[in-house]
Ligand binder design. Structure first.
Ligand code: 5RP
Length: 250
């Protein structure tokens, strides 16, 4: 299994904490959003389409990105909510089928480990997030330090399921040792339901991602291990830490 190295203990960007004040979670999200822009800014051109994720950290990113909207062509969004926010800032929203491979995908996570394996889907957008990540050369994950874990699984693993398969998939997830809970009242952008699997201690994320995806009726699950992040920008009180996965980033 790949391990990751910390390449930039603290980034150059000054943070409140370096001036003595503790940053709250929202400030940490804003710090990583700005750090992500700094990473790809040198590569931005007027033909580039960015992949953009979903959630409160991705929203910070979209808001920060607005200032640069004249310097790139547009964005592919991983959810209807992000598409609406992008349009609200005057950023063109593109169809993934029209763009081909994307240079960068920027998105948050619910949990991240040392191999940059992630749990995603707290915002119900896991399937589109996985599709956009699959089309991106570089997946930059942005997260505050509360998302960093030794072992994935404290955050209930989201599984997107075709509605008629809900009970079958739940029974199969029980056999894997998890406790699936139906996310009441939530329908994904793809018209499906979600099961959140509690009480998993995920020691082999690649294997579990494959096993759950092989259950009939599962659209996908929120493990991003087969295609982990390439770069993790982690917002901490001592600055934004950059972690890289050598298997994907070289
Ligand atoms: C949405 C996601 C989000 O990236 C994840 O839930 C993190 O969200 P936030 O930035 O609000 O903590 O996977 O489906």
């Amino acid at each position: 299994m790949a391990t990751c190295r910390v390449t930039g203990g603290g980034m150059t960007m000054p943070t409140s904490s370096t001036k003595g004040n503790r940053m709250n979670q929202n400030e940490l999200k804003q710090a990583v959003a700005k750090a992500a822009i700094k990473k790809f800014l040198p590569f931005l051109d007027e033909r580039m389409v960015l992949g953009v994720g979903t959630g409160s950290t991705a929203n910070c990113f979209i808001d920060a990105l607005a200032a640069y909207r004249d310097y790139f062509a547009g964005a592919v969004a991983s959810s209807a909510a992000s598409a609406e926010r992008l349009r609200g800032h005057g950023i063109a929203v593109c169809e993934l089928n029209d763009t081909g491979t994307l240079e960068f995908y920027i998105d948050g996570a619910d949990e991240a480990n040392h191999a940059l394996h992630l749990i995603k889907g707290g915002g119900a957008a896991l399937t589109r997030e996985k599709i956009v990540a699959a089309c991106a050369k570089t997946f930059i994950c942005i997260a505050d330090e509360s998302k960093w874990v030794d072992v994935l699984g404290d955050f209930p693993l989201p599984v997107e399921v075709i509605p008629m398969a809900r009970s079958h998939v739940a029974r199969e997830l029980l056999k894997l040792g998890g406790d699936p809970v139906y996310r009441e009242g939530v329908v994904t952008d793809n018209g499906n339901i979600l099961l959140d699997v509690h009480n998993l201690r995920i020691l082999n994320p690649v294997q579990l991602e494959e096993r759950i995806n092989n259950i009939a009726g599962v659209v996908t699950n929120g493990l991003f291990a087969l295609r982990p992040a390439d770069v993790l920008l982690l917002g901490t009180q001592t600055g934004v830490k950059e972690l890289r996965c050598p298997t994907t980033s070289g």
